[in-house]
Design a protein. Structure first.
Ligand SMILES: Cc1ncc(COP(=O)(O)O)c(C=O)c1O
Length: 394
């Protein structure tokens, strides 16, 4: 399908169709326009549909095979080489049901009771709650939003705050790149400054790179583990085809273990994590990595159009929201303090739009909402117009 047809097909998807489709984004909060959970409204790549259909026809739903694991490791290694120039040895790639399961395994088996988790905020919501379930306390380190009066504020790490958090018992830093919820793609320079602090503290990094396939043209994803020998040694990378290829319900993520000692420990302690991945998930992830890139490029083109359209839409309807076109992800923050500390609650009631509340993103999220713009442009336009009308009325 050429890109004009692709765009026209996505533009034509209606709210009624999305509601009838039954996905989480459109079914969990009836009567609202869904702009919250990180799902895309664009279906999946045709080669993935075909691979899943062939798998269903085969009737093979027994336990995971060694071929499944080897196929996934090979497919991810090849994808990472093509896409990020990262020379991944397939032996480093281990399966998991999802990225959060990799984090759980790391907390249980690579940290000890009493160790604390260091989290730059605003952050992806479960990062604030999951460590507690593993009896690991969180130290939030708010990022600093450069408010130079310009239209495009950027968020930067508080390096002194990070160092203080490690001194206070921090053992593992959760680093998310591209950053959910900020939409920023971290530069090598930004990450190396963080790496210096981690290295000085003798700490570890959980590098969540789940959004790495979703990076827009002038930006490039740099895997944290590729920065230097220190970052390869002190990090575990977690990624998945689930965001870029819209497959989170199929449960197949990847841990990339670049430190040989970590690989040994993972093999001894995390086999149960690996067994949580689903066989259909392997099939989908392998098809995504091997054959999904043409579709991914079309979706990136569509999302790029949406993020650019948002520049005009917010200039017209939400000039004070501080919208900065994301460099990666299909998520962005809008600053709407005129609606109080929890603008998402107001917008749910008065605009009929369901957004992720900034209050769920940790310190620094107050007054913000997180918008998922992976939706047809006519629906995105309706969403922004509705938000604008409510903000003007307050
Ligand atoms: C940054 C980030 N990490 C992890 C996840 C969850 O991924 P998984 O379903 O693989 O646990 C998400 C989902 O939106 C996410 O945005």
């Amino acid at each position: 399908m050429d890109s004009t047809d692709f765009t026209a097909r996505l533009d034509a998807i209606t709210v009624d169709e999305l509601r009838a489709g039954g996905g989480s984004k459109w079914s969990r909060h009836p009567g609202t326009l869904g702009a919250w959970i990180a799902e895309m409204d664009f279906g999946i790549a045709p080669p993935i549909t075909q691979a899943l259909a062939a798998h269903v026809a085969s009737g093979q739903f027994g336990y995971t095979t060694n071929e499944d694991k080897a196929g996934l490791a090979r497919a991810y290694a090849q994808f990472a080489r093509r896409r990020y120039g990262w020379d991944v040895d397939p032996a480093w790639v281990r399966p998991a049901p999802d990225v959060l399961a990799v984090l759980g395994g790391m907390l249980d088996h690579f940290t000890s009771p009493g160790d604390k988790v260091v989290l730059p905020t605003p952050a992806y919501m479960p990062f604030l709650t999951l460590p507690g379930l593993h009896d690991r306390e969180i130290i939030q380190v708010p990022m600093q939003r450069t408010d130079d009066g310009g239209p495009h504020p950027r968020w930067t790490f508080d390096l002194e705050g990070l160092a203080a958090a490690f001194e206070a018992g921090g053992k593992v830093l959760i680093l998310c790149n591209p950053v959910n919820p900020l939409g920023q793609v971290l530069t090598a320079g930004e990450m190396l400054e963080v790496a210096d602090v981690v290295d000085a503290a003798g700490a570890l990094v959980f590098s969540d790179e789940i959004h790495a396939p979703v990076v827009y043209r002038e930006h490039r994803h740099t895997p944290y583990a590729t920065l230097d020998a220190r970052t390869a040694a002190h990090s575990i990378t977690a990624t998945s085809a689930s965001k870029g290829f819209n497959l989170p319900g199929l449960k197949c993520a990847q841990a990339v273990l670049t430190n040989p000692e970590h690989r040994q420990r993972w093999a001894q302690r995390c086999w149960a994590v690996e067994e949580g991945a689903s066989r259909l998930g392997y099939t989908a992830a392998i098809a995504a990595y091997d054959e999904g890139e043409p579709w991914l490029e079309q979706v990136l083109g569509y999302l790029d159009r949406n993020r650019t359209a948002l520049t005009d839409l917010t200039a017209e309807h939400l000039p004070e929201a501080g919208y900065t076109a994301p460099e990666g992800t299909y998520l962005t923050l809008l600053h709407l303090p005129r609606l109080g500390a929890d603008p998402a609650a107001v917008l749910r009631e008065e605009a009929g739009v369901f957004l992720t509340p900034g209050t769920a993103l940790g310190q620094g999220g107050e007054g913000f909402v997180r918008l998922n713009f992976a939706t047809p442009l006519p629906i995105l336009t309706d969403i922004v117009e509705r938000i604008g009308a409510v903000v003007r009325a307050h």
